[in-house]
Design a binder for this molecule. Structure first.
Ligand SMILES: [Zn+2]
Length: 434
């Protein structure tokens, strides 16, 4: 169908849907893609397009970038709600375009699902691609992680524009060699922080050099397989760093980069890596990020800190072992006494296979009680018990509201971890506690 007709119909449609329903998800994007599977190609885009992809952290990073652009007085279009597949991106662009498909923006920043990067950006322009990390995630949807990386690598072979990569993740840094002709590869890195270890303690991937299969020499691990490594044979891991974060203080939320001291509300090494990517972006585009980083609040269950019933509560999403390990790492770095609620579902969007919980490092400290909930409340309870945690201190509830009620029987500080479909119901249940 003629693209102009699709734009016309869908703009009218979205106006109608907008009248009846505030949150229509990506319904119009789905309809538009159904009418013309290549509709995304026909948007008229005359501004830089920035994309963020990763297993973990893409929503946060994309949201901060969008926030920074806005704070610098520019109009930005972004899929902030995390509709990160092709239909979601079409939906976002439709919402912000004229009836002829001209996108009204100074910048477009998109969070993009890893498997959709080649698919989407073979059809529309891409000026900067940011890749944060690759972990094992939802294997039954994405297939092997290696296959995913190979797909992106293939796409990058002919890509000439900005490529911002995490040098501390070998799965990501390898993408820098995909196109030897590309002079616009920028690596970011975070200097060793207080809780880095010399042994890998969490679910790990990528221990071998992808170019010659030599075992990578690790000096330290920040978390999971992220850290300082080197291939003694080919020098992989020693690429020149474009943006380096130093003197990380997760406890007080501060770090240094480019001779500047930054303050943040975030308290995890995981967030610091997101900031490193954000600062590399800001450096390339010449944006001032300092105030934005200071004021940006992570919410919506991404390291969200709230006070419920006079009890400090930290809520974090975890949809794979690394996400969970990061949350538990934050918990362990906090020396106060605390209680943990872990909510695990196995709905379609979570992936039916919950075996990933066996890759979580449950070596938890100063936790006096664990409560589990979700459709897989018992699986996660057994997993925690198997790690050596006292079984008399574990309570499992299939009913989420009951679990939350039990959680707030005490005034001890709470840490809450929930997987994908469990997150919003858990937040809702928590916010209802009086
Ligand atoms: Zn090598």
């Amino acid at each position: 169908m003629r693209s102009s007709l699709v734009f016309f119909v869908c703009k009218i449609l979205s106006a109608f849907i907008g009248i009846f329903k505030k949150n229509s998800g990506n319904v119009v994007g789905k309809i538009a893609t159904k009418m013309d599977s290549n509709i995304i190609k026909y948007f008229k885009i005359n501004c830089p397009v920035i994309a963020v992809t990763a297993t973990n952290g893409k929503t946060t990073t994309n949201n901060i970038i969008s926030y920074i652009i806005k704070n610098n007085g520019k109009k930005v279009v972004s899929n902030l709600e995390g509709n990160n597949m092709e239909t979601g991106i079409v939906n976002t662009l439709l919402k912000n375009s004229t009836i002829t498909g001209k996108v009204k923006a100074d910048y477009i920043t998109l969070e993009v699902d890893e498997s959709y990067v080649p698919r989407v950006f073979r059809k529309i322009r891409l000026d900067t691609l940011i890749v944060l990390d690759f972990f094992r995630d939802q294997l039954d949807r994405n297939g092997e992680e290696e296959a995913l990386i190979l797909k992106i690598e293939e796409f990058l072979k002919t890509y000439q524009n900005n490529l911002i990569l995490n040098r501390d993740d070998p799965n990501v840094a390898r993408l820098g060699r995909a196109n030897p002709e590309n002079k616009n590869v920028f690596y970011f890195s975070v200097e060793k922080y207080k809780y880095a270890t010399s042994e890998e303690k969490e679910a790990g991937e990528g221990k071998f050099c992808p170019f010659d299969k030599t075992r990578l020499d690790y000096e330290y691990y920040q978390y999971s397989h992220i850290g300082k490594y080197e291939c003694k044979k080919c020098g992989f891991g020693t690429e020149k760093i474009f943006l380096q974060i130093k003197n990380v203080d997760v406890k007080n939320g501060s770090f240094e980069a480019e001779d500047e001291r930054y303050e943040t509300l975030a308290n995890s090494i995981y967030a610091i890596y997101n900031f490193a990517a954000v600062l590399a972006f800001s450096k390339i585009y010449n944006f001032d990020a300092k105030d934005s980083l200071k004021n940006f609040r992570l919410d919506n269950g991404r390291c969200e800190s709230v006070t419920i019933n006079n009890t400090e509560t930290l809520i974090n999403l975890a949809k794979n072992p690394t996400g969970a390990n990061v949350s538990l790492r934050i918990l362990n770095e906090d020396e106060e006494e605390k209680e943990l609620l872990f909510v695990l579902n196995d709905n379609i969007a979570d992936g039916f296979d919950v075996s990933w919980i066996w890759d979580i490092n449950f070596d938890i400290k100063n936790v006096t009680r664990v409560i589990t909930a979700g459709t897989r409340a018992y699986d996660i309870a057994i997993r925690i018990k198997t790690s050596g945690f006292d079984k008399d201190k574990i309570e499992a509830y299939l009913d989420l509201n009951e679990a939350v009620k039990a959680l707030y029987k005490t005034k001890i500080k709470k840490y809450v971890i929930a997987n994908y479909t469990a997150l919003q119901p858990t937040r809702k249940a928590i916010f209802q506690v009086k």
